[in-house]
Design a protein. Sequence first.
Length: 245
Amino acid sequence: MSDNQQGTYAFTRYEQVEDAIHTVVEEEFYQADFFTSLHAGVYNMQQLRHFAIQYHYYSRHFPRVLGAAISAMAPIDTWWVPLADNLWDEAGRGLPNKSHEKLYKTFLLSVDPEVPLDENGIPPEAMSPAVEKAIETFIRFFYHATPLEAMAAVGLGSELFAGGVMGSIGRGLQHPAYNRIRPLNVLFWEAHADEHEPRHYQLCKDILVRFTDPADLQVMYQTGSQIARSEALMYKELHVEMSRL
């Protein structure tokens, strides 16, 4: 794999695309202010509450993202079924109180047991522009995406590194500074890191590895890095919002 002055790559293998996306994630996520601050234990509980409420919105809107991605898939079951399986996971695979929305609530209430939620589990605080932009960017992308771009957006732009990112958040939330008043429930983050996201990525990867042409590999990288950066921007902007509290 080589790169030119514009930062594009000459990929010859799928694994090189994965490595290039991981480089983007290392720089845009783990080295950015939100993740370094979280792991340093510098946030106060009011700031964590803001994050918990805002990620709640991101999590509960993610099924919309998957639905939009399915609409852009090839009308072949090997393409749309992996995303339908991911969507079914979001719903708890039909088990009562096992949806990801319900699982996330255990974390939210451990941050603030008194947070007022309406009958649909929605807090009174409005969704942050940072979160709304991340969701809408993802959904709008699928309006004109090819099936390959759509699969790369979900697989390489999200699921490839989602387990690592969510695991990192879960570990950061276990900092003693955040657990002085009461222990935070990080099961939501651990479950995604250890089980859900790696399996979701593998289902996408099973499709993506079939494309070996260098031009297709470049499309996958450009798509994956674009979507990854849009999510990373959400965390960066949430950090700014949290710093103002």
